[in-house]
Write a protein that binds this ligand. Structure first.
Ligand SMILES: C[S@@+](CC[C@H](N)C(=O)[O-])C[C@H]1O[C@@H](n2cnc3c(N)ncnc32)[C@H](O)[C@@H]1O
Length: 431
């Protein structure tokens, strides 16, 4: 267990110093070639779990320490072990003993002799005093909900009825949801093939199936043949909303890794341009489309500029713009601690620039679907309201979200639930 704790501690320490979890975790894992696949899986679970509950863990740690800890590695190891003691099923005393041993295995500079004693004392104190500490810990909202205070305050203001449910949905384990290419196989037939493979699942949406337990994609029947893709149910609304017809010129303006590009192309034969500013991420679009046996013209470029554009207008534009990702925190648990309040305005500015530029590339009568995976209104309804003020040739079309299976929404905003993430959609038509 100590190897998993060590990998998770290094990872958590990197995230808390400002690095992305998806970048840090594989880098740290690579530094432990001796770890077994099970230990690696354990380290992933511990890293995600500790960051998901970091607000609460940090509050316990503050109660248990006499003075702030300066060695970030020891602090991170304590965060991981406290997560295990509070939320994991592992045996408490094994967690403590392994964490103490892990201290001696930290890479250079070697921790001072006091560190082992401190880890031991803090964790044993937690086991002894947890019940007494609960009231003190729960005196702040950051500890109760495990989000930064500015985030909690924003949701309270913007969603006076739903904020608690939204925070809680963001702290759940995300479901694994599949999108069935119903041109290749009906949803019912695919459900039956899952039953035949003893994979428990249920239908969530028209093309969506949610698995009872996540599993490696390679074990999914028909995955390599492109019969299914992994995609959140909320994200699966994008392609049908874009309302494509065969032969249309379509732009997917921020396309990587290509989840929505593939879905749109499954719906009709199109002249599709898939653009992204990140060349490496664009490679993933290529491999995703290859698996689905679909094609698009892939371009590296800035959706806020026109140097990549040949001047021909598009009939449809999907603008799945960069955003705070505040609607998908259960999948990206680091987002809660990496984002700052000022980032919301910064993203909103970038989105406004992209949206105005793409609008010029849309044909008269054409439709642009604006998408974010955020729940902050500055990036969503307020962004669209400001856009409509600036563009007299734009009309906001109704989405009919009320008619969709299992979708919880407030106007055009999907409220995150156990079945889907928190997306925002706005369908704009040019006249
Ligand atoms: C929300 S993700 C897109 C997800 C994608 N549509 C899907 O469904 O798989 C946003 C993407 O925008 C890209 N991006 C960020 N800034 C951009 C820009 N100025 N122009 C084009 N793409 C950009 C990022 O590299 C990222 O891949």
């Amino acid at each position: 267990m100590y190897i998993s704790q060590l990998i998770a501690a290094y990872t958590v320490s990197q995230v808390l110093s400002g690095r992305n979890l998806t970048v840090s975790l594989p880098e740290v894992q690579a530094r432990f070639p001796q770890a077994t696949p099970q230990q690696r899986g354990g380290a992933t679970d511990l890293s995600y779990g500790a960051l998901r509950h970091y607000g609460e863990i940090e509050a316990y740690l503050r109660c248990l320490l006499d003075k702030p800890l300066t060695d970030e590695r020891i602090r991170a190891l304590l965060i991981v072990a406290i997560y295990q003691l509070l939320h994991d099923e592992a045996d408490d005393f094994t967690v403590v003993n392994q964490a103490v041993y892990a201290v001696s295995q930290l890479k250079k500079p070697s921790p001072k002799a006091w560190a082992k004693g401190l880890v031991n004392a803090v964790l044993r104190n937690l086991l002894r005093k947890q019940e007494q500490l609960v009231t003190q810990v729960q005196s702040t909202e950051v500890a109760v909900y495990s989000y930064p205070q500015w985030w909690i305050d924003t949701l309270k203001r913007q969603y006076p009825k739903d904020w608690q449910a939204m925070l809680s949905a963001g702290n759940q384990h995300p479901p694994m949801t599949l999108r069935v290419n119903t041109n290749k196989m009906s949803l019912q037939a695919y459900l039956q093939s899952l039953v035949a493979h003893q994979i428990e699942a249920h239908q969530t949406g028209v093309q969506a199936i949610t698995l009872v337990r996540p599993m490696p994609v390679q074990k999914l029947p028909g995955f390599n043949e492109g019969i299914v893709s992994v995609q959140d149910y909320g994200a699966q609304l994008a392609a049908p909303l874009l309302d494509v017809q065969p032969g249309m010129r379509v732009l997917d303006a921020c396309c990587a890794p290509g989840g929505k590009t593939g879905h749109v192309l499954e719906l009709a034969q199109l002249d599709m341009t898939a653009l992204d500013s990140d060349e490496q991420r664009l490679q993933r679009v290529k491999s995703n489309l290859d698996r689905l046996q679909l094609t698009a013209t892939l371009k590296v470029g800035d959706a806020g500029a026109s140097d990549w554009h040949d001047g021909q207008l598009f009939d449809r534009i999907l603008a799945d713009v960069p955003c705070t990702a505040s609607g998908i925190v259960r999948r990206h648990v680091d987002i809660k601690w990496l984002r700052r309040k000022a980032d919301v305005e910064a993203f909103a500015g970038q989105q406004a620039r992209i949206l105005s530029n793409l609008w010029k590339m849309l044909a008269k009568g054409g439709k642009l679907l604006y998408v974010t995976c955020s729940v902050f209104q500055e990036e969503n309804q307020r962004q669209v309201d400001a856009f409509l003020q600036r563009h007299a040739d734009a009309t906001l079309l109704p989405l009919g979200l009320g008619g969709q299976m299992n979708i919880t929404h407030m106007n055009d905003q999907l409220i995150p639930t156990d079945l889907h993430d928190g997306f925002f959609y706005a369908l704009l038509q040019k006249h």
